[in-house]
Design a protein around this ligand. Structure first.
Ligand code: GLN
Length: 304
């Protein structure tokens, strides 16, 4: 069976089962998204794409973008990053504050909110115009000048982002935020507001399946060793307190977002993205997880 057939068969099967869970409503704008959306796109390392459903509809990639801000910070060569952020799975919710107290304001990893906020602080220290330079970097990685922040989503997050304000202030009290908290959190909310389609997403993250090099152009986004490390962090920390479950069921490094998107990578082979807005209790896409589990169970192509 070829790749397109497997994608279509898996899609049809998952669409036929109950669409469980709830759309994220703590960011009011996300609550307005039609829960019936469901899209998939697989991009192989030669740039070929296989799709099903709403693969070309824009959605809010949310925390999936934390991988790109991390890549940007790594490419700037800041030596302090691994003193200020750990690389251990948190086993806690994405927006949890509890571990920061006993760990002196050092977030467990760069893919939970606290860690991504420190990454935004590092970017603010290095960049003159952090918001403009971050989106320019992401456009460059995506090889697409049309990628944008959603001002509506960013403002919606800000209006209800009490936990994220708490996180940035709490870490500032430990000295782990160097810049003005308002500037740092504004960058974080904009990072979370980026929109992409499934096809743009799997193409953009293709560098992680390609030893750090952009697909087709082979331009270096990360070194091979940095790319290995980002994949390792996605594998262990990409799904918060469900990272073990994702590794166990899917067997690929991946990253989710509360917009219902997931991107997953098979190094040296392909990148796949799935989008379905309803989330399970851990804040990960219900259908997205089910789709990827069935997909890798069918292809047997995983890192294990
Ligand atoms: N912007 C969201 C937040 O900070 C991102 C969370 C996510 O996608 N897991 O709450």
């Amino acid at each position: 069976m070829n790749c397109q057939n497997i994608i279509e068969d898996t899609y049809t099967y998952i669409k036929s089962i109950e669409n469980k869970g709830n759309v994220a409503t703590y960011i009011p704008e996300l609550g307005k998204v039609d829960p019936a959306h469901f899209g998939v796109c697989l991009t192989t390392n030669d740039g070929t794409q296989y799709t099903a459903g709403d693969a070309n509809t824009l959605f809010s990639i949310q925390s999936i973008a934390k991988v790109l801000s991390l890549s940007f910070a790594l490419s700037l060569g800041d030596k302090s990053i691994w003193q200020r952020i750990d690389v251990e799975p948190s086993g806690s919710a994405f927006n949890s504050l509890v571990q920061l107290e006993s760990e002196n304001g050092i977030p467990r990893n760069p893919l939970i909110n606290a860690g991504a906020i420190v990454v935004c602080d590092i970017l603010c220290s290095h960049l003159k115009e952090p918001k403009e330079e971050l989106i320019a970097y992401i456009r460059d990685v995506a090889n697409n000048p049309g990628i944008h922040y959603s001002e509506t989503i960013a403002q919606s997050e800000k209006s209800n982002g009490y936990r994220n304000f708490a996180l940035v202030n709490f870490m500032k009290s430990f000295g782990n935020i160097k810049n003005d908290v308002d500037q740092v959190i504004d960058l974080y909310f904009h990072l979370s507001s980026i929109e992409m389609t499934c096809c743009q997403l799997s193409k953009t993250y293709g560098f992680l399946a390609n030893g750090g090099k952009q697909l087709i152009t082979q331009k270096e986004i990360l070194t091979r060793s940095q790319s290995k490390r980002v994949n390792a962090i996605m594998q262990t920390c990409g799904f918060y307190d469900e990272a073990g479950e994702f590794a166990y069921k899917v067997g690929l490094p991946g990253k989710s977002g509360v917009g219902g998107g997931i991107v997953a990578v098979l190094p040296n082979s392909y990148t796949i993205s799935v989008w379905s807005p309803k989330l399970n209790e851990r804040g990960n896409s219900y259908r997205g997880m089910k789709f990827l589990e069935r997909f890798t169970d069918t292809t047997h192509e995983t890192i294990f």
